[in-house]
Design a protein around this ligand. Structure first.
Ligand code: SF4
Length: 258
């Protein structure tokens, strides 16, 4: 196992040293969250680069809640290897990286459960002011691509499952936030997700997905041309999406300008 970790860190080092500004907007790395955002609207990603990121109340509230529910503390790589190598289950996240379809991808999942060096669950938390039941394409693909990167990094992903938890903002009281990650992790490990959803009926939905390399590769393939310069960005055909978008007044492709 020690050999695996040493090899992994060496390959990570090589990967990071191979970065050059070869993709759209002179970027050398594409964030998995950014690439997945293309499934909402590719022009929104384009606007983020050309107009800059626009802070919104929802984004700030979402970041704050992520930090409250899944606080992290940085540890040394050797300690990480020791922690996730135990029988566990242990909770730890690491930066994911890898080349897929000619793109250099990087990203950091929200939460992971490990046992004996194998990732068992990868969880993404998505907060919403609306209905938590639908699972949007961008959210599904983000989790899928994280799974693919883990796989390509060389982890044994035979038993890896993905969970996208959609949680209504304001659904949790102060006391419930403290042990939320443990409660959800236990429910995932013990197959009690429906019970948990029942408890938070209408406020939380746990979307379960099996790790599938082909689906994740297809998601990257669908969006890579934007980065490699093979094509220009597409834009949303949904007035509803444009209405909800923070660029709707400045965007050249907006369907919801007042
Ligand atoms: S306003 Fe519409 S087309 Fe423009 S970035 Fe937003 S969602 Fe895309």
């Amino acid at each position: 196992m020690e050999q695996f970790w040493a090899g992994l860190w060496e390959r990570e080092d090589e990967f990071m040293h191979s970065i050059k500004p070869e993709f759209r907007h002179g970027t050398g790395l594409v964030g998995v969250a950014t690439l997945s955002g293309q499934f909402y609207c590719e022009y929104k990603v384009e606007n983020e680069f050309t107009l800059g990121e626009v802070p919104t109340e929802a984004k700030e509230a979402g970041t704050g809640l992520h930090n409250e529910l899944m606080p992290t503390e940085e540890i040394a790589p050797e300690d990480f290897a020791r922690l996730v190598g135990g029988k566990g289950p242990s909770y730890a996240v690491l930066g994911l990286w890898g080349a897929v379809g000619g793109l250099r991808l990087v990203g950091m999942p929200d939460h992971m459960i490990w046992s004996e060096g194998r990732p068992l669950w990868l969880l993404e938390l998505k907060t919403t002011r609306g209905d938590p039941i639908p699972l949007w394409e961008d959210q599904e693909n983000q989790a899928r691509i994280y799974g693919l990167l883990l796989d390509r990094m060389g982890f044994d992903c035979t038993n890896l499952q993905l969970a996208v938890v959609r949680l209504r903002s304001g659904a949790l009281g102060v006391g419930e936030k403290r042990d939320w990650a443990t409660k959800v992790s236990n429910a995932l490990m013990e197959g009690r997700v429906r019970e948990l959803e029942e408890k938070y009926r209408g406020s939380m939905k746990v979307h379960l997905l099996r790790h599938d390399r082909d689906l994740a590769e297809a998601a990257v393939e669908a969006k890579r041309g934007y980065w490699t310069g093979e094509r220009e960005p597409t834009s949303s055909q949904s007035v509803g999406k444009c209405r909800a978008c923070e660029y709707n007044q400045a965007c050249a492709k907006s369907l919801a300008k007042h």
